[in-house]
Write a protein that binds this ligand. Structure first.
Ligand SMILES: *[C@@H]1O[C@H](CO)[C@@H](O)[C@H](O)[C@H]1NC(C)=O
Length: 180
C-alpha cells in the first residue's frame, strides 16, 4: 500500500511531458480571450463618457458639467445630472436608448433655446425631469414631453424668457406633475 501511494505521488510529481503545457496554455489563452472579449464588450456598453463623472456609477448615476453636446451615456444610466451646460437644444429622442433612465436634471444652461418635439419621449421609467435656469430657453414644443407613463414630477423653473406657458404645452402630461 505504502509503495503504491508513493508510486502514485511520484508519478504525479514528475514533470509533465512537453505536450501538456501547450494544451494547458491553449486553454488558458482561449479563456483569457473570452474573458477579455466579455470585459471589453461590457466596458464599451457601460463606459463613462470622457466629459462626465461616474463615481456614483454603483447607483447608475452620471454627472456631466460644461458639455455642449449630449455624449453617449452608458445604456444602464438611471440618473443624469447635467450642470452648467452649453446645449443648444435637446434633440428628439435624446434619451430614448436609456431604457432605465428615471431622473434627468438639467441645471444652469446658457445656450439652451429649444425643447424639441419628443425631446423627452417614450421614457418608460422616468419619474423626474427638472430643468432649472436655462437662461435663454424660449421655446418648448407642445410635444416635447410625450409618452412618459411614470412621470411624477416635471419642473421647468427660472427661465426669464418663458413667462407664460401656452395652453396645451404639455399635452399628455397631467397638470399635477407639473411645476413651472
Ligand atoms: C435595467 O434594469 C433592469 C432591472 O433592474 C436590469 O435587469 C437591466 O439590466 C437594466 N438595463 C440596462 C441596460 O442596464
Amino acid at each position: 500500500m505504502l509503495w503504491t501511494s508513493r508510486g502514485l505521488s511520484r508519478s504525479y510529481s514528475e514533470p509533465p511531458d512537453s505536450k501538456q503545457p501547450s494544451s494547458m496554455q491553449m486553454i488558458t489563452c482561449v479563456l483569457f480571450t473570452l474573458v477579455t472579449l466579455h470585459v471589453s464588450t461590457a466596458a464599451e456598453a457601460d463606459s463613462c463618457p470622457a466629459v462626465c463623472e461616474c463615481t456614483e456609477w454603483k447607483m447608475h448615476t452620471i454627472s456631466c458639467r460644461d458639455i455642449d453636446i449630449l455624449p453617449r451615456f452608458p445604456a444602464g444610466t438611471e440618473t443624469l445630472w447635467l450642470f452648467e451646460t452649453r446645449l443648444t437644444s435637446v434633440p428628439a429622442d435624446a434619451f430614448a436608448y436609456l431604457v432605465n433612465i428615471s431622473w434627468i436634471y438639467i441645471s444652469v444652461d446658457v445656450t439652451l433655446q429649444r425643447l424639441e418635439r419628443h425631446s423627452f419621449h417614450s421614457l418608460k421609467k422616468i419619474t423626474h425631469i427638472q430643468i432649472r435656469n436655462a437662461q435663454i430657453l424660449t421655446y418648448i414644443d407642445p410635444e416635447a414631453f410625450k409618452h412618459l407613463p411614470n412621470l411624477k414630477y416635471l419642473e421647468i423653473a427660472d427661465h426669464p424668457y418663458i413667462t407664460e406657458i401656452p395652453a396645451n404645452s404639455f399635452r399628455g402630461i397631467t397638470s399635477d406633475v407639473l411645476t413651472v
